[in-house]
Design a protein around this ligand. Structure first.
Ligand code: NAD
Ligand code: TYD
Length: 360
């Protein structure tokens, strides 16, 4: 089969990355995807069972900080597009271990930029090629609850507060520096909070779904009035696909849904939907407990997605009220996935599936 484009995707075994791999292989018949992932606690190859034998898909267990391995792979594959999803992604973990975030999110990105640049320079140049950095709205810092009509634009100054967002902002600045200094063809996407299938249950929505099903307490940080702008993961995948193929070089695109909700609203919606879906009235608001607030907890994120809408015609198709139903349905239909994640069994998956395979 002749492939039109080769995508090197990092972090493709994580939540958004695996949704992206599945989305792209379904949407485009003639592409090839190389998934590079070191399989940290957040990487789960079970997400990709449906494509593991697809001849258009290859998995490589490599750390994005490993210069030799990434260079070797790039030289062998000569990708048209490099899309960097790989990151440490959980704010609470960044508060306990900031160094891990600096290492993967900053130094890993710098290594990806260096290896991409070296590969393309040695193999035909930059024409028709692109490096896309998947970033976050958290780099802009926080908005206040008093001015609900103010939003993050691409021109909003970076003002990160958590070690996670500081590492992502730093990575973004390296990406732009490589564009300005070396002419590397890049885009950055800055997305709001995603939700949907395959999200690790340390993040708000899957944690609440899982705890509600187990009749466990639902821990709400502080007063629960912090606002996030929720985007269904498939809408994010569409945006990345569009920016990759049509985004103007050197541009940053905000990706968000005007789906702003506070945390208490999210938790109460999860309670209502889960209780209805499993017909269990004991799943109710009595499960909510307010716990100590997160340190440096950003009050509100609100994306203005005007530029990606005007320039590329992207808009979020899934309303929160529909997306949350789809998400809860998915978790109910995939209880084994959740059990494997919470028990840690998913970590044996690689060994079971790949350990005994001979190298081709
Ligand atoms: P995730 O934590 O679910 O997945 C991260 C993946 O990266 C995992 O598969 C992990 O094994 C891999 N990884 C981590 N360190 C690595 C390393 N050193 N080398 C190779 N692979 C490594 O994250 P996610 O929620 O899917 O987020 C993906 C990207 O999107 C991240 O860059 C994140 O900052 C960004 N983002 C996420 C959200 C969100 O709501 N989840 C919102 C905006 C932006
Ligand atoms: P999270 O899913 O960790 O995403 P982020 O911090 O990147 O926005 O958290 C979303 C919001 O939910 C955030 O305001 C923190 C809050 N939260 C809770 O109240 N309880 C929890 O158990 C978690 C994980 C998050």
């Amino acid at each position: 089969m002749a492939f039109t484009k080769t995508y090197l995707v990092t972090g493709g075994a994580g939540f958004i990355g695996s949704n992206f791999v599945l989305y792209m292989l379904k949407k485009h018949q003639d592409i090839r995807i190389i998934n590079v992932d070191s399989l940290t606690y957040a990487g789960n190859l079970e997400n990709l069972i449906s494509v593991q034998d697809d001849p258009r898909y290859v998995f490589k267990q490599i750390d994005i900080r490993d210069k030799d391995e990434i260079s070797r792979l790039m030289d062998a594959e000569k990708p048209d597009y490099v899309i960097n999803f790989a990151a440490e992604s959980h704010v609470d973990r960044s508060i306990s271990d900031p160094g891990a975030f600096a290492s993967t999110n900053v130094m890993g990105t710098v290594n990806m930029l260096n290896c991409t640049m070296a590969c393309w320079e040695a193999n035909g140049g930059y024409e028709g090629r692109k490096y896309l950095q998947v970033s976050t709205d958290e780099v802009y810092g926080t908005l206040s609850l008093d001015e609900l009509d103010s939003f993050f634009y691409e021109t909003t100054p970076l003002s990160p507060h958590s070690p996670y967002s500081a590492s992502k902002a730093s990575a973004d600045m390296f990406v732009m520096a490589y564009a300005d200094t070396f002419g590397l063809p890049v885009n950055i996407t800055r997305c709001s909070n995603n939700y949907g299938p395959f999200q690790f249950p340390e993040k708000l929505i899957p944690l609440m779904i899982n705890n509600a099903l187990d009749h466990k307490e639902l821990p709400v940080y502080g007063d629960g009035l912090n606002i996030r702008d929720w985007l269904y993961v498939e809408d994010h995948c569409k945006a990345i696909d569009m920016v990759c193929s049509e985004g103007k070089l050197g541009e940053i695109y905000n990706v968000g849904g005007h789906n702003e909700r506070n945390n208490l609203y999210i938790v109460k919606t999860v309670i209502d939907e889960v209780s209805k879906a499993v017909d269990d009235a004991s799943i109710n608001e009595d499960l909510i407990v307010h716990v100590e607030d997160r340190k440096g907890h950003d009050r509100r994120y609100g994306i203005a997605p005007d530029k990606i809408k005007e320039d590329l015609g992207w808009f979020p198709e899934t309303k929160f009220e529909d997306g949350i139903k789809l998400t809860i349905q998915w978790y109910l239909e995939n209880k084994e996935w959740m059990e494997n994640v919470t028990s840690g069994a998913y970590r044996n998956y690689y060994q079971t599936m790949y350990g005994a395979r001979k190298k081709a």
